[in-house]
Design a protein around this ligand. Structure first.
Ligand SMILES: [Zn+2]
Length: 129
């Protein structure tokens, strides 16, 4: 789905709309107002180092963009997972139904092992040694 997102340049604070086409997760380019390099990622315009993005090698550009994205993601995840509301939610979290049998069910099944007929029903005929 094509999304029209509104972003603000982190350098000059100019606002603009950007069209994100399907499958595009990042747009890297210059701000049309101040010409500084920015990355549009996850609905946000992130400041890139224009010097690195203009003159560095491809590998250095990749490292720089990864550093900017990692820092952005870390901040977003901290907001999501380390806020007070998130921790109180986790305290109220009800675990899903316990998949393990309860102790009395285990005891009942263990007692069935002493019952030859129940044992055969569960495990089949015991092997002859
Ligand atoms: Zn700008």
């Amino acid at each position: 789905m094509i999304a029209l997102i509104s972003v603000e340049c982190p350098y000059c604070h100019a606002r603009g709309n950007v069209l994100m086409s399907p499958g595009s997760f990042i747009i890297i380019g210059p701000c049309p107002e101040c010409n500084q390099k920015i990355a549009i990622f996850w609905g946000q315009a992130l400041a890139l180092d224009t010097q690195i993005m203009s003159t560095a090698s491809g590998e250095e550009k990749v490292r720089h963009v990864l550093k900017v994205l990692t820092s952005f993601l870390a901040k977003r995840l901290e907001e999501l997972l380390l806020t007070d509301s998130a921790s109180s939610d986790s305290e109220q979290f009800e675990p899903e139904a316990n998949p393990w049998p309860k102790a009395d069910e285990i005891t009942a099944q263990l007692e069935m092992l002493d019952d030859a007929e129940a044992f055969k029903k569960l495990f089949g005929q015991p092997p002859r040694i």
